[in-house]
Design a protein around this ligand. Sequence first.
Ligand SMILES: Nc1nc2c(ncn2[C@@H]2O[C@H](COP(=O)(O)OP(=O)(O)O)[C@@H](O)[C@H]2O)c(=O)[nH]1
Ligand SMILES: [Mg+2]
Length: 310
Amino acid sequence: MFKIPNVLDADALLDKAFGRAKKIAERDRKARAINKVSTVKMILNNTLQKYVKAFPSFDKLHRFHYELLDLLIGVDKLKKSLGAIEWARKKINSICYQGIKKLKKEEEDFAPIVKEVYGRISSIIYQINPHLNFLEESRLKIKQIPAISTDLPTVIIAGYPNVGKSSLLKLLSSAKPEIASYPFTTKGLIVGHFYVEQNHEKKKIQIIEAPGLLDRPNEERNEIERQGIIALKYLPDLIIFIIDASLHCGYDLESQLNLLEEIKKEFGVDVIVVENKVDISKGKTEYMKISCKTGEGIEELKEEIKKRLF
Ligand SMILES: Nc1nc2c(ncn2[C@@H]2O[C@H](COP(=O)(O)OP(=O)(O)O)[C@@H](O)[C@H]2O)c(=O)[nH]1
Ligand SMILES: [Mg+2]
């Protein structure tokens, strides 16, 4: 999603800054003291600034990523931690600035001034340690989020369990679909891609199934799954809803049609409804007929997807 550097904790951060300052070899005691403080200032300023900049500005994030971050980490908490780090950065800059000013005026006793600056810096860095830890935890969580494109035209496959969603996804995908583990589904999101030709141009389409999420009515979803739906809501340009009128899936037609209405309402995007398994049912509805077993209707479905997307 975005690249964030390792976030050091308070001890490691202070070691880094003070350690570097310790190495300064300057014969003149005054010059050395000033150099030490400005080195500490520079290192802490740059490092803390790097952390803040590595996290994206939240208003510019795609809504899918925003909701995902909120679900996974909590956007408010993250904003608060970044705010604390920014506060510390400025505070440290000003402490160092004042320290250097004092050192410039001083003729003899440099060590106590440096010591005082170090002490105040340490106390600030320890104060923000919980926020540093939280950023590091956040980084590790963000790193685990597998890539789902928010730029590609995206189709989501929905419908009751066992109606043939995975079968259709596999049939449409040009490569083996990948399972991307997301926090709001136990089975992950299954992501595939396929290409259609439009004006002699190959266009890539992303296709996603969310097992155990869009295949049951809202009242059966837990809190985290509902949040997952909110995240998913911003992804699709089109939904393919599969109905199994052979009833081999174990759900009656009425329940399936109710779920269809719910999904239409929840997502508010274009929906193609297909009746799958027509090799068994022979087609019992007015919807587009397909069979993932015989391949019947799949080319027509691809044409329809292309028509709706482009
Ligand atoms: N006869 C027949 N069986 C199908 C068809 N499509 C899927 N199935 C079977 O239905 C079962 C459930 O399919 P699956 O793709 O896993 O459904 P999902 O739970 O919606 O992802 C599997 O045993 C499939 O082989 C079809 O068009 N015809
Ligand atoms: Mg499936």
